[in-house]
Design a protein around this ligand. Structure first.
Ligand code: 6PG
Length: 246
């Protein structure tokens, strides 16, 4: 069953990120109300500086029962937790340190392992266990998109795109966006979602958005087109600059 897709365009980046905060808060609040708990997968990049600070403040902060939330990361740069490039670090600084979430609710990618394959195996186990507790699906997967069409750390034509279906986490080497070593949830993992929310701002993303929304072309060139959550919904939240329709 093709997932329902919604495309929303906002006049400005500020309007976009406020709308994204409202949608995330509504989805998580509804999930916690319905099931008593919710599971989210967070991405890095501008989300950490533009969206997460909004979620850490009223009115959106007050809509979420943070005690019921479990947090996983859609991808991570393979750098230590105290590195400025580390998404977990950035997310703590702009969100997690400012809301009533306990440490045992947050599952950063274990980038402290010398062997990234070992880290991927550990994170795979954690993701599988969390998905099992949450009815086999994330309530919200938050994603961005790069000018080249990558999402999470799934880059065009990268071997990580064709990982076996039972793999939830892969090591990504030679990523075109620095740092080159990363961990990423696979398309199979990201597709175990009730809602996938792409939040995209800026003219440099318009061509990638156009290709992502097109139903033509090789999906290995457009990793976002591999994100088809069965029975879930896909939201594309764009600002006017990122909207290919102009
Ligand atoms: C990362 C992200 C990556 C990001 C896109 C968009 O760690 O780099 O997970 O997938 O979402 O590159 O980044 P911007 O929103 O900053 O343009």
């Amino acid at each position: 069953m093709t997932p329902q897709r919604t495309i929303e365009v906002y006049d400005s980046a500020d309007d976009l990120y406020r709308a994204a905060a409202a949608l995330v808060a509504t989805q998580l609040a509804a999930a916690i109300h319905e099931r008593g708990r919710a599971l989210v997968a967070l991405s890095g990049g501008s989300l950490t500086t533009r969206l997460y600070p909004l979620l850490a403040n009223p009115p959106w902060r007050d809509q979420i029962d943070w005690g019921g939330l479990s947090v996983l990361f859609a991808d991570e740069r393979y750098v230590p937790f105290d590195d400025a490039e580390n998404t977990y670090r950035a997310t703590r600084q702009t969100l997690l340190d400012h809301v009533p979430v306990q440490a045992d609710q947050v599952f950063p990618a274990p980038t402290y392992y010398r062997d990234p394959e070992q880290a991927a195996a550990i994170y795979q186990q954690q993701a599988a266990a969390l998905l099992a507790v949450h009815g086999g699906a994330f309530d919200v997967v938050l994603l961005g998109i790069g000018p080249d069409g990558h999402t999470a750390s799934l880059f065009p034509r990268h071997p990580a795109l064709t990982a076996p279906a039972d793999r939830l986490v892969v090591v990504v080497r030679d990523a075109p966006k620095p740092p080159s070593l990363r961990l990423s949830l696979t398309p199979a993992a990201l597709n175990a979602a009730r809602a996938v929310i792409f939040v995209v701002s800026g003219a440099d993303k318009a061509a990638a958005v156009a290709a992502a929304l097109a139903e033509t072309g090789d999906r290995l060139d457009q990793p976002t087109r591999l994100i088809q959550p069965v029975g879930g919904k896909i939201y594309w939240l764009l600002d006017r600059a990122a909207n290919p329709q102009g």
